[in-house]
Design a protein around this ligand. Structure first.
Ligand SMILES: Cc1cc2nc3c(=O)[nH]c(=O)nc-3n(C[C@H](O)[C@H](O)[C@H](O)COP(=O)(O)OP(=O)(O)OC[C@H]3O[C@@H](n4cnc5c(N)ncnc54)[C@H](O)[C@@H]3O)c2cc1C
Length: 380
């Protein structure tokens, strides 16, 4: 494909998602931030438009869209609300290990219904004592005949309160480190799952984040993904596909902040002229555009590589790192351009700045991305 020009199909997907985000999501963004409400009506509409759960394989009736298409959807939805985008794309994060490790029977049972209904799903890896250091997680899955018995706690799980099913990473052989981990699909209504309260987060507040506990939860062995010991590979392998998409959400949010900053800089006057005509302000806007363009190109490169069947761990980490760090700086500069008004809830940029922070934390912190990138370079 031409990396610098979208195909007609990709252009159509992007425009559809962007129009929806601009017309239906962005006007609600402040209300969603204030109420921290999970916008079921917007998920239903996104689903109707083919923008939610578009990853479901064609073999079970889905659209089977790849990572590149999802990165276009991510950028567009985040122009409307980064929290809405995160929740929508968390379904993809949960589904990728299922697509990678599941069989047709699992696809039919868990993925196919996502085509007909705006079902949500959640990726349950992080624990109270294990975030960046995934190998130290404590949740166990003990084999008992044709079942596994799950025990443990997960933390910070996006979509947990609305999910129909979970991807859960647990230790089947606690002595074997990351090689002793196994992934499972777990129906959300399984007895023994105790749901925590919705977390009161700094930003992306309409996204539902919770802890949950498994107390002797019985999981049929047929819901195991791949074989015993495959879990770490599946859970981490998912990031090659989802990091470019998460990075695209940071690009969309940064773009929204830049648009707000441009509008404001043209109409706010100081010293007899619009602040846009003060070089210090204009240069901040120029640097926003520079970093948005660079991040987007890296997202496209990482997405294109994985869709082409190439290893993209390095590029996916660079894309996520640059997009997340740029988004944080761009939204902070947008607040700066608004001056005192930027610090006030009457204007949107303080919300965008709060929404930006999580991009440097979830799906591998910016420090972890640097570790991955450095390791790749130093081990060659
Ligand atoms: C809103 C939200 C949504 C989330 N959604 C999900 C989800 O759906 N599913 C899921 O499984 N998880 C989810 N997470 C968890 C998220 O992925 C973790 O919070 C993240 O990976 C960091 O882990 P931690 O919070 O335990 O921080 P820690 O790992 O304790 O890190 C703390 C700090 O130390 C730094 N650090 C740690 N190790 C190193 C190192 N080796 N070198 C340098 N610096 C290091 C980190 O970069 C960070 O700055 C979510 C978190 C939030 C807040």
């Amino acid at each position: 494909m031409n990396m610098f020009k979208l195909s007609d199909e990709h252009q159509a997907i992007f425009e559809l998602a962007r129009d929806f985000a601009n017309k239906e999501v962005w006007p609600k963004a402040r209300e969603l931030d204030e109420t921290a409400r999970f916008p079921s009506e917007l998920f239903a509409k996104a689903h109707q438009l083919g923008l939610l759960n578009a990853f479901v394989p064609e073999s079970v009736g889905g659209l089977g869209l790849g990572v590149f298409a999802h990165s276009l959807i991510g950028e567009a939805l985040s122009l409307g609300s980064a929290g809405f985008c995160t929740a929508a794309l968390a379904n993809e994060l949960a589904a990728v290990p299922v697509i990678l490790g599941g069989n047709e029977a699992i696809y039919k049972e868990f993925l196919a219904p996502m085509v007909d209904e705006p079902h949500m799903a959640a990726y349950c890896v992080t624990e109270p004592g294990a975030g960046s250091d995934v190998a130290s997680l404590k949740t166990t899955a003990k084999k008992a005949g044709d079942k596994f018995i799950l025990n443990g706690s997960k933390m910070w799980i996006t979509n947990a309160g609305h999910a129909k099913w979970f991807f859960v990473l647990a230790k089947t052989d606690p002595a074997a480190g990351h090689k002793g981990m196994t992934g499972f699909v777990v129906p959300a209504n399984s007895p023994g799952i105790i749901m925590g309260k919705k977390e009161d987060n700094m930003g992306q507040r309409c996204s539902d984040t919770r802890g949950l506990t498994f107390e002797n939860v019985e999981v049929p062995a047929r819901y195991m993904l791949g074989k015993e010991g495959d879990g770490f590979r599946l859970a981490m392998g998912a990031f090659d596909r989802t990091r470019p998409v998460v990075a695209s959400g940071a690009v969309g949010l940064a773009e929204r902040a830049m648009l707000c900053a441009i509008d404001y800089a043209k109409q706010r006057t100081t010293f007899g002229k619009p602040i846009a005509e003060h070089q210090a302000v204009a240069f901040m806007i120029a640097e926003m555009a520079r970093d948005i363009e660079a991040s987007r190109l890296l997202v496209w490169k990482a997405a294109n590589e994985i869709d082409a069947g190439q290893r993209n761990t390095f590029t996916a980490s660079i894309a996520k790192l640059l997009a997340a760090d740029s988004c944080m700086r761009i939204t902070t500069d947008a607040v700066q351009i608004f001056g005192g008004y930027g610090y006030n809830r009457e204007y949107p940029v303080e919300m965008l700045m709060r929404d930006a922070k999580i991009f440097q934390i979830y799906e591998g912190t910016s420090q972890i991305q640097r570790l991955i990138i450095a390791r790749h370079l130093l081990e060659q």
